[in-house]
Design a protein around this ligand. Structure first.
Ligand SMILES: Nc1ncnc2c1ncn2[C@@H]1O[C@H](COP(=O)(O)OP(=O)(O)OP(=O)(O)O)[C@@H](O)[C@H]1O
Length: 334
């Protein structure tokens, strides 16, 4: 389990202090695939670099399997870091080494005998689906293949945790999907906890179970991907989940409710049955729906009728529905 407790990171810059992270706390369970999302500059990379202490937090704690990383001696930290591997957007392969030698590199540093390292590297080439690329150089590979080699290298130290910093951001959608499948496979087969830093909600949607949203250095929302996608509670969350809209204060109506569909089979008939069963017509002010893991999710903003009795009937009807949550939108102003 990875626990971040009240983590803050302040950089001193020419213009004074810059608070890149402020009081961030979150827990990632062992074996999870956890997404950390946020717009550019939100502090994602800083956060991930604090997890393996490449960046020393200004205050707060990083606790991995009960061990406080911030309290370890330099030697113990080095040892602990071996159990946390990282992959990057730009792959960071050594261009003058073959793929096999790239994968051997962390084992060489750890003092693994050459023959043993080579054997393990060949196994890892198999794991990432590139058994024929042992003698190829990175320049001879596609972006997706380079990332596969980087993943093999990351696995060479038998890590417990894999940190992925925008690992698919330089790849096309098809290659992205295949790399995400590989990461998912590694998570399942090897039980490695995965933390994915990304600005793309599609990546989170594809493979993460839990997600945290960072906004200007603050962790503003965290939960299951289903919860956050079906009903983002903060402005930053809504901006990421529904970049095309769902800004509630642009709609001209009063008595607005947000209806979130939490994986029920269908949403279309609800408004129709509301009219037929209750005799109440509502305005659909905005809607956005999506499919997560084969289930339907989405939110609708509904404008309730001005008549208080009708509005109350509509509310109780909506609240009685299965797999639907309803909340009034108090921050709405006509
Ligand atoms: N060493 C540093 N010195 C000063 N400021 C820094 C330093 N590293 C990061 N920052 C600032 O901290 C903020 C967060 O940066 P970070 O790279 O963590 O964001 P990010 O969410 O990963 O963004 P992106 O998606 O664009 O990479 C930025 O405003 C950045 O300029």
């Amino acid at each position: 389990m990875i626990e971040l407790k009240h983590l803050s990171k302040t950089f001193s810059t020419g213009e004074g202090e810059f608070h890149a992270l402020e009081d961030v706390s979150l827990t990632v369970q062992t074996g999870d695939i956890f997404g950390i999302v946020g717009m550019s500059g939100a502090g994602k990379s800083t956060l991930v670099r604090c997890i393996n202490l490449l960046e020393k937090p200004t205050s707060g704690h990083v606790i991995i399997d009960g061990q406080d990383m911030t309290a370890l001696s330099a030697r113990a930290l080095l040892e602990m870091r071996r159990s946390i591997s990282m992959i990057f957007q730009q792959f960071n392969l050594l261009m003058q080494r073959t793929c096999l030698k790239n994968i051997c590199f962390p084992m060489e540093i750890a003092g693994v005998p050459a023959a043993e390292a080579k054997k393990r590297a060949l196994e890892l080439l198999d794991v990432v689906g590139l058994p024929d690329k042992a003698d190829a150089y990175p320049a001879q590979l596609s972006g997706g293949q380079k990332q596969r080699i980087a993943i093999a290298r990351a696995l060479a130290s038998d890590p417990k945790v894999l940190l992925c910093d925008e690992a698919t951001s330089a790849l096309d959608p098809t290659t992205t999907r295949s790399i995400l499948r590989l990461i998912q496979d590694i998570n399942k087969r090897l039980g490695i906890t995965v933390i994915i830093i990304t600005h793309e909600m599609a990546v989170v949607e594809e493979i993460c179970a839990h997600v945290a949203i960072l906004d200007h250095g603050h962790m503003v929302e965290t939960g299951t991907v289903e919860d956050i996608f079906s009903n983002p509670k903060t402005e930053a969350g809504r901006r990421l989940v529904y970049p095309e809209g769902a800004h509630i204060d642009q709609f001209p109506a009063s008595g607005v409710v947000r209806v979130a569909f939490n994986g029920g089979s269908s949403y279309e008939p609800l408004i129709a049955s509301l009219a037929i069963d209750c005799g109440v017509k509502v305005n659909i002010l905005g809607a956005d729906t999506r499919n997560v893991g084969g289930k339907a999710f989405g939110t609708m903003l509904l404008g309730l009728p001005a008549d208080k009795g009708e509005a109350a009937r509509a509310m109780s009807y909506l609240m009685a529905q299965k797999d639907v949550t309803v909340e009034e939108v108090p921050d709405y102003h006509a």
